[in-house]
Design a protein around this ligand. Sequence first.
Ligand SMILES: [Zn+2]
Length: 89
Amino acid sequence: MGHDEAEPQGSLHRPNQDWYCTDDGEEWPCPIHKRRMWTYYQDDHLRLEGIMNRFRDRAMVSGMSHEIATARFVGWVRNPPVRQVKRSI
Ligand SMILES: [Zn+2]
């Protein structure tokens, strides 16, 4: 859909109370948010992991299981979203 490329600067990509992105409706953290966070904290992934651990804890308070919440909120930090590699032919 090319949605990623036309990313509006003003979009916040915050989670709603059911942990879906308020901008694109994806499960939060959505791919755009992950990429932003990953880029922002690229030199300090432990800090990013700490931040995502707090979201995980909040999700668990709202009823998500530990296993699912950990995979969804924290798992990706060590297995990051990599921008599509452009292959030069
Ligand atoms: Zn989003």
